[in-house]
Design a protein. Sequence first.
Length: 277
Amino acid sequence: MGYESYRSEIGDIEEAKKIFERERDVARLPQEVDLREGDNGSFVLSKRRRRDVDAEDRSMIVYTEDNCIHINTKSFTSLRYSYGIIDLYNKYLPDSAVLYEYNNQMFMIYEPDKMVRHNSTSSNKYLNKIFKIDDEGNDLSLFPDGKVCGAKIIKRGPSTEAEPKPLKEHLERKHYTKMATARLDNDLIVQYSKKWATFRGIALGLNHYCIELWSKKERYMGRGPNSGLIRRLHVGRFIDDTEEDRMNELTVEIVKDLPLGSLNLQLRELCESARGA
């Protein structure tokens, strides 16, 4: 999923109360974490300082009576690169929330009343938003209705499909000209591929289907991964596995005017079957 799955040890204020009742003043938790009673019936989870036992604790998470959770990101962002710090926070957030790091950036998934910590990518198919946590030190507030303050919401792109019209009608003039030139020079190769769809590092259990037009000479002589790429056309984005046959049929319809010799093996076999070749 882009993160390890850890079950929550404290998910809300009721669980915090149960743990706190074991020791009336301070509940000593693993990994130098304390749970204290705060203002207005809240409970404060803080990380103890290692060197100065008399120093003020660093507040991490506050659980309030209205079942909101407030996260101190000043402590979080300064500690996040320490080993295990993300795991530590996740242990004391509800199972409906999870923090994770991707490409040196911090993100959070929060879906109230849902289990977002699991190892099944198929459960991520309906994930359509995440929250990006900045390094500015803004506190995060998680509300029971799913609202989050202090983080930027990022929405996933929609599921889309290409129109069933010939390939040349999907191309801009410059791409069509380059494709035609490569075709005349016997330099054109058309590939059809299925790629896993991800969303900020999270595997979704969905797929992207795309047609790629390449110049063979430029591709094999180039140094970059896109050297020789003329055009990439997404036949379908964020598509379920159950729709694969339909995506294949749509692709065959789009490339029906191209000669079989310019198609890669997979696409050629699909087209040969459809054309009765």
